[in-house]
Design a protein around this ligand. Structure first.
Ligand SMILES: [Zn+2]
Ligand SMILES: [Zn+2]
Length: 179
């Protein structure tokens, strides 16, 4: 997605485009899925720099941190950049991010490529510990059974709460047989 700065020289330039990002290329975990990102942008000239603002809409699916079930989310995020134009010098077009001002990009050659910024915004939108639901019970570490469905047979060391319940059951059973 390359935007020519000249297209906004006299009046704001608006555009809409779809960006396909490859999750593997972004270094995302296997199991992360993304729909193409719908970008609606506007570039305006605020002499001497340009202001670029865009809205990104897409859908993401990430595996639950505990049970690996897909957690889907409808995403709607904003991207704002200050584009500083550097006079065209000999050599290839380039763009450079300001390390201290991450929202500022300096471009040479009159063209700004938005794809790296879209990719970054998408990465920022991914949850670090997604959960299918707050109380997700997760998978059994030994047999892989989904504890959301029910407890598995291989739990050798029962949860202390289960032990307490079992003790209580034994006691109440004992009381029952007394009668
Ligand atoms: Zn889960
Ligand atoms: Zn198990």
């Amino acid at each position: 997605m390359k935007i020519r700065l000249d297209s906004a020289r006299f009046e704001p330039f608006r555009w809409q485009e779809t960006v396909r990002l490859d999750p593997a290329e972004l270094g995302l975990d296997e199991g992360v899925a993304l729909t193409p990102v719908e970008v609606r942008g506007m570039l305006s000239f605020a002499s001497p720099d340009f202001l670029l603002s865009a809205r990104l809409s897409y859908r993401q699916s990430v595996p639950c941190d505990r049970c690996l079930a897909p957690v889907e989310e409808e995403m709607e995020t904003a991207l704002d950049l200050i584009v500083v134009e550097r006079p065209r010098a000999a050599g290839a077009a380039a763009q450079e991010r300001d390390e201290e001002e991450p929202a500022t990009v300096t471009v040479t050659g009159g063209v700004v490529d938005l794809v790296p910024f879209v990719a970054e915004q998408v990465q920022l939108g991914l949850p670090t510990h997604p959960l299918c639901r707050e109380e997700c019970a997760g998978l059994c570490p030994s047999c892989g059974a989904n504890w959301n469905v029910g407890p598995c047979a291989c739990q050798r060391e029962p949860d202390p709460r289960w032990a307490a319940l079992a003790a209580w059951r034994e006691k109440s059973d004992g009381r029952g047989s007394d009668r």
